[in-house]
Design a protein. Structure first.
Length: 379
């Protein structure tokens, strides 16, 4: 039996999203740009799907542009914001705990002559708006800050940062990677006060291969891809209608049950923390994290990759951090400056609306077994 507790890496596609994709591929498979009936019906469905995702996100449909993934959205937002602000300056502010989809573009931009300030978190993964304000300069063109950290569950003060930017008159545009926040905590781009915001389908029980970029109304971006003029000319190419249909179904349903899902995940998280303290004393809570679906712990003195394999052999699936690290040490936990024993034993547990009590039971039993049967690391 599978006990899947790695929903921050990806989520199982919900049945309604699968059905929506199948219908798009078998019944509504026309090209939305075609002018005959099959095409115009597909275009009408595209409009409906865009509205579904926009409603779940809390923005206008015309502010939402479909992408292939969160990484594409982050790259598009960063590069476009700098192009818009090219006469303002070449300074970027971001955090040391961003996803690689933000950090790697920033590192490439440094090679091209930009200056990047990487804000360091405290031991809980918190970063303050005051840190951003202190780092601001007259030539700051972009601030990029995630909403929920994908390894700690920490909620970053994006809304406060937006207020600081407005209050100080800083010319910077504000981008937010909200991939781990979408349909996990309540927010809207307007309430946050951001200019650009990224979400992804496979984190909300839609398939991989689809995401979206929010672009504040009135902000004119250069095209990402030139061609046939799809996505209002900003991202040309025939639309991935099956993935978008599934994304819309998952977003619509996730919005309807958001409060219920948040309460369910928070309850499981709280129970997991309690039972770890009682039954697995070698496990240490690394960060409480405000998001209900992510829990970061360490099995102190044990190698995380060995523990992950031990659990996997028993049908329990968690991770040692972001799936995008591919086995490399996590820059997020390195930024926390943890003692080596804690850092080596880092584990990420992440819940979803369909995580069950028996999944938590299996996790606790697996971690108890790991702490009793595995040899501690000598390093």
């Amino acid at each position: 039996m599978i006990h899947y507790l790695d929903n921050a890496a990806t989520t199982p596609v919900r049945p309604e999203a699968v059905q929506a994709a199948v219908e798009a591929m078998t019944q509504g498979w026309g090209n939305p740009s075609s002018r005959y009936e099959l095409g115009t019906k597909a275009a009408a469905r595209m409009k409906e799907w865009r509205g579904n995702v926009a409603q779940a996100l809390g923005c206008l449909p015309e502010e939402l542009f479909f992408t292939s993934c969160g990484t594409e959205g982050d790259n598009w937002a960063i590069q476009s914001a700098l192009e818009v602000n090219r006469r303002r300056g070449k300074h970027i502010i971001t955090t040391a705990i961003e996803h690689a989809a933000v950090l790697e573009p920033c590192r490439e931009l440094e090679r091209r002559g930009y200056e990047v300030t990487y804000l360091e978190p405290d031991r809980q993964g918190n970063i303050t708006a005051a840190q951003v304000e202190e780092a601001m300069r007259p030539d700051t063109a972009l601030v990029s800050m995630m909403l929920v950290n994908n390894e700690l569950g920490a909620i970053l003060p994006v809304g406060e940062v937006a207020q600081v930017i407005r209050r100080t008159g800083c010319p910077a545009l504000l981008h937010c990677d909200a991939v781990q926040g979408f349909l996990k905590i309540p927010f809207s781009p307007k309430k946050l006060g951001v200019d650009l915001l990224t979400v992804s389908g496979h984190k909300i029980h839609a398939p991989k291969g689809v995401g979206a970029l929010y672009v504040r109304k009135g902000l004119k971006l250069p095209p990402l891809i030139w061609g046939g003029g799809q996505e209002e000319g900003l991202r040309s190419g025939t639309e991935a209608t099956a993935q978008i249909a599934a994304f819309a179904a998952a977003a619509r349903l996730g919005r309807q049950t958001l409060e219920e899902d948040m309460a369910h995940m928070a309850r499981l998280k709280e129970e997991t923390v309690r039972r770890l303290a009682e039954e697995v004393p070698k496990a240490k809570l690394l960060a409480q994290g405000g998001a209900p679906h992510i829990l970061a712990i360490s099995l102190v003195g044990y190698k995380s990759e060995v523990v992950v394999r031990f659990l996997s052999d028993r049908g329990v699936y968690i991770s040692s951090g972001s799936a995008c690290h591919k086995g490399k040490p996590s820059h997020v936990f390195a930024a926390l400056k943890l003692p080596k024993g804690e850092r080596d034993g880092v584990l990420r547990i992440s819940f979803s609306y369909d995580t069950k009590q028996e999944d938590v039971d299996a996790l606790i039993e697996g971690l108890k077994g790991a702490s009793e049967k595995l040899f501690p690391s000598l390093s």
